[in-house]
Structure formats: C-alpha cells, structure tokens
Design a protein around this ligand. Sequence first.
Ligand SMILES: [Zn+2]
Length: 154
Amino acid sequence: MNKLSKRAEKLFIQYLRENNLKVTQERLALLEEIFESEEHLDADDLLARMKVKNRKVSRATVYRTLDLLVQCGLVRKSRLGGEHFFYEKMEPGGGHHHMVCTATGKIIEFWDAELDEMLRRICHEYKFRPSFISIQIQGLSQEGLKVEQETSFF
Ligand SMILES: [Zn+2]
C-alpha cells in the first residue's frame, strides 16, 4: 500500500466508525483497489478485479461501498459519456476535467490553471461559491476519428 492509500484507509475507517458502520475486509479491499489504480473504474470493473484476487464481494456490497466512499469524499463519481458511472480516487491537488471519446470510450484528463481561475472568477461574479468544479467535453479522440471515418458510408 502506498502512502495515499494508507491515509485514505485511515480516513475511511474513521468515517465508518463515526457512522456506526462495520469496518469489513471487503470495504477496505475495494478502497485499496481504487486507490492503487490510475484508471476510471465502473462497478463491473471492480467486481471483476475482486474476483481475480479471489475476494468474495457481492455486487450490492460494491455499490454500497462506492456510495460510502463518495459520501466521505475519498472517491469521485462521474458519468463519463455512457449510462453508468465511473469511480476514481480523489487526490490532494488532483482536480482535473475529462474529455470523453464517444467512439472509443477513451478518457483524457486535463487541467489548466488559467481556465480554473476564469471559472472561479465567473462563479464570483454570480455570487456562487464553488465546492467542486468538473468539466466534461464529449467528442472524438484521434483514434475515435479514425473509427468514425472507417465505419462511415459517406
Ligand atoms: Zn479522471
């Protein structure tokens, strides 16, 4: 376990105890899986990864744990293009936006300090205090553009 995972685990255990919820091996294993991954994972990905590691975790437990992780602010939940949600760890100073390729599902993360400043200025103008800023741009990546050209009739 790396430093960030350990810190996240400590916070999660604290959160579970404060809310009179059980600290279970399944819950901690799911947290670790998300924190050791650099990807955007959906519930099915997590179920599959638990299975590979011979951890018996039910679908219900995965969903419930994900909800708890989002509630306590350790995990970020985003709807990236499709119908279902993706989960990723929250990292200190790790704010970023997403570009989602509608042809391949590829996700590109980006961040721009000037853009952030501009958005915060706009919020200020509207007397709105942002707690979390997230932008999603849907379109075609380079690979997606190729796919579209190859499968198009015209
Ligand atoms: Zn992301």
